[in-house]
Design a protein around this ligand. Structure first.
Ligand code: DX5
Ligand code: ZN
Length: 220
């Protein structure tokens, strides 16, 4: 059974409390926190996501799945560790050297948090292979990072298939999270490709009844 990580990026202002509690009763498995710094990607959601995260911590016990789309990864890790996330995922493309990648992995783990690496649609899947034995999750962007409501880029499904084959062949225990443009029309292909955690924002938040959509997305 796949798990659902609901992106709260497009949560309506003033309806945060209602939305978070409704998502909890609708059995989302995680809250997906899309942190954007206005440099790695154009949008800046940094402070809003910090605020939302600490708010969620106060009213819900569901785990936070933090997705850092930032240039200054270390600084963002320090800020978001404060809301005790379940996992912090950073972008491979934000690191200049492999030493830096390994250093960030170590730093997140030392702070008792799970670690994920995310790659953009144009980044080759092979680029992440050497880090897989040391992390808990690989986040495959199925849209260009930076905003919600985009259409899934079909070519990215090949990367998920490749990654699935590679981790099975090399017996690497790791979650594969797909993120972007996932809805009732695209979810079957994403699951078939091998993702076991699906991020959905628009598809869930625009629905009247979140539970119907979440149940549909989870359906075997
Ligand atoms: C995009 C974010 C995604 C996005 C998902 O940069 O990483 O998590 O918000 O939203 P939808 O499901 O609307 O594509
Ligand atoms: Zn995301």
């Amino acid at each position: 059974m796949v798990e659902i990580s609901t992106s709260i990026l497009s949560m309506k202002k003033g309806e945060e409390n209602k939305t978070i509690l409704a998502l909890e009763t609708s059995k989302t498995d995680y809250f997906h926190i899309d942190v954007m710094d206005g440099k790695f990607v154009q949008n800046n959601t940094y402070n809003k996501m910090l605020e939302y995260s600490s708010y969620i911590k106060r009213i819900s016990n569901l785990p936070l799945d933090v997705h850092l789309m930032v240039e200054d990864v270390k600084h963002a890790i320090d800020d978001f560790l404060a809301v005790e996330p379940n996992i912090i995922t950073f972008h491979l493309e934000a690191c200049k050297t492999k030493e830096e990648v390994f250093e960030i992995i170590k730093y997140i783990k030392e702070n008792n948090c799970k670690v994920g690496i995310s790659i953009k649609p144009d980044t080759k899947i092979e680029d992440v292979y050497e880090f897989l034995p040391y992390i808990h999750m690989c986040l495959i962007m199925t849209v260009e990072p930076g905003k919600g409501g985009q259409s899934l880029i079909l070519e990215t499904l090949e990367k998920i298939k490749e990654l699935k084959r590679y981790i099975e062949e090399n017996k690497i225990e790791i979650d594969i999270e797909a993120d972007g443009g996932i809805n009732l029309a695209t979810v079957e292909d994403v699951k078939k490709a091998g993702a076991n955690i699906l991020v959905a924002g628009t598809a869930i938040l625009m629905a009247k009844d979140y539970k119907i959509i979440i149940d549909e997305l989870k359906k075997e």
